[in-house]
Design a protein. Structure first.
Length: 248
């Protein structure tokens, strides 16, 4: 075990600090995120409500399936469903606790959901247009970025609300930071997505129309407003990528 861990730990110190969601609070219940530097080394591997991610690094080729839930399609990691999910009432808040996020990595924070047609612990959305945006924050009019200024002010906790009128069912929450420090060219924007599995309860009867639904990969390309953006020189409003928010 030691001989396995030592090279691993020294490799980690070389990885530049980026981040991932380490903890999720729903009501008074804490759910651990998927912890990429420890979870895979436990036997048995801990069961998480978050789909596995390979580490704290970004996806920059936005045509890959990796941009959906941050799984690799090759090597030792791959996108796969998580074994469990959390149950939450429509209209509730989720609080997502990010690892310390580097100040240089300015950019927006965006949250999507997708309804599983059947058992979420088996469902892989592939390239289907199933994702609708439920929350977004970019740059405020006084120049504060969501992923750095606001997240730091909020103690690294990002909060969003599940639309109160959303029909019940099993949903994947796809939450991301897009870091823009190198986004003056494509590829350059760094996407840090992850996917949380939920059972949404309630008596809601609303669901977004197809106008709101996008695919990952697909929703973001080099031509999507806000993917190529010179965050250091451009003083105009930042156009958050993706469709309009659906709030129910
Ligand atoms: C976020 O999670 C970390 C690691 O579990 C914990 O130390 C920290 O207190 C949490 N932050 C908040 C604001 O709860
Ligand atoms: C940050 O905290 C403020 C005040 O609690 C809240 O209104 C805002 O929604 C939070 N922002 C994010 C992105 O979580
Ligand atoms: C600034 O960003 C906006 C929105 O992406 C874009 O339309 C505009 O061309 C950019 N301005 C410059 C000078 O690059
Ligand atoms: Cu980075």
């Amino acid at each position: 075990m030691l001989s396995l861990l030592l090279p691993l730990l020294s490799a980690i110190t070389l990885v530049k600090a980026h981040g991932y969601v380490q903890d999720i609070v729903i009501g008074s219940t804490h759910y651990s995120g998927y912890l990429p530097y420890t979870d895979p080394y436990y036997n048995p591997v801990p069961e998480r409500i978050v789909r596995q991610i390979p580490g704290n690094g970004p996806v920059t080729d936005l045509s890959l399936i990796d941009v959906q839930c941050n799984g690799y399609t090759d090597g030792n990691y791959y996108t796969a469903p998580a074994p469990i999910y959390a149950t939450v009432a429509a209209g509730s808040q989720l609080h997502l606790n990010w690892t310390t996020w580097p100040d240089s990595h300015i950019g927006p924070m965006i949250t999507y959901m997708a309804k599983a047609p059947s058992d979420i612990t088996q469902w892989m959305p592939g390239t289907s247009e199933v994702w609708f945006k439920v929350a977004e924050s970019g740059k405020t009019s006084d120049g504060k970025w969501a992923a750095t200024d606001i997240l730091t002010e909020n103690d690294s906790i990002y909060t969003f609300t599940i639309p109160a009128s959303l029909e019940p069912g099993q949903y994947i929450v796809r939450h991301e930071i897009i870091a823009l420090h190198a986004a003056y060219v494509y590829p350059g924007a760094q996407v840090y997505p992850s996917c949380i599995q939920l059972q949404v309860t309630g008596s809601g009867t609303s669901f977004p129309t197809s106008d709101y639904l996008v695919a990952f990969p697909g929703a973001y390309t080099a031509a999507t407003p806000g993917i190529v953006y010179d965050a250091y020189t451009n003083t105009s409003a930042y156009p958050i990528p993706g469709p309009e928010v659906w709030s129910g």
